[in-house]
Write a protein that binds this ligand. Structure first.
Ligand SMILES: [Zn+2]
Length: 175
């Protein structure tokens, strides 16, 4: 089944009352707040959510968003691909008081009469699921190359003795 484009706004309570499933796809480039924390705006997000009313009467939005994106490796500062998975169990409430009264297993979505901004909600979920620091697997990390070895003596140079530039180099303050 082909995924539909991600609907930006939905009538969430109405969809919960009738029960709905949304399978959708969005480019990371259309989710700017999420993309801002990544190394590039390449990639896709696949969303699979279910809206329903459960026995206790809660209006629920349950689901999962999976994003294949680029982040920076904090060791070598190069791009690395990662998969970010955000899973959520949400209940729509009208007020802060109702939000506080929810069972701990549910996170609140405070919503009045307006439509739910689904793309904003998903960006919130993806952002909290994005790890702060990422590292390549050791074997794949460019920082594992032996960059700190001293240059081999006399390599590539026919001159013996000190290069005049090395004197300049030592006088010039480094910044
Ligand atoms: Zn790395």
């Amino acid at each position: 089944m082909q995924n539909q484009p991600l609907p930006k706004q939905i009538d969430a309570r109405k969809l919960c009352a009738t029960t709905a499933n949304i399978r959708a796809q969005a480019s990371v480039s259309t989710l700017p707040r999420f993309a801002a924390g990544l190394a590039s705006d390449r990639g896709e997000v696949t969303v699979d959510i279910r809206l329903y009313r459960e026995e206790q009467g809660f209006y629920r939005i349950d689901g999962k968003a999976v994003a294949s994106v680029d982040v920076f490796c904090q060791r070598c500062l190069q791009l690395m691909p990662v998969e970010i998975v955000a899973e959520f169990a949400l209940a729509i409430v009208w007020t802060e008081e109702q939000a506080k009264a929810l069972p701990k297993s549910l996170d609140p979505v405070i919503l009045g009469e307006e439509l739910l901004e689904l793309d904003e909600l998903l960006q919130d979920e993806l952002i909290i699921s994005t790890p702060f620091v990422n590292y390549h697997d050791k074997r794949e990390c460019a920082a594992d190359a032996p960059v700190d070895y001293p240059a081999p003596e006399g390599a590539g140079s026919e001159e013996k003795g000190e290069s005049p530039f090395s004197v300049l180099g030592s006088l010039k303050p480094r910044d």
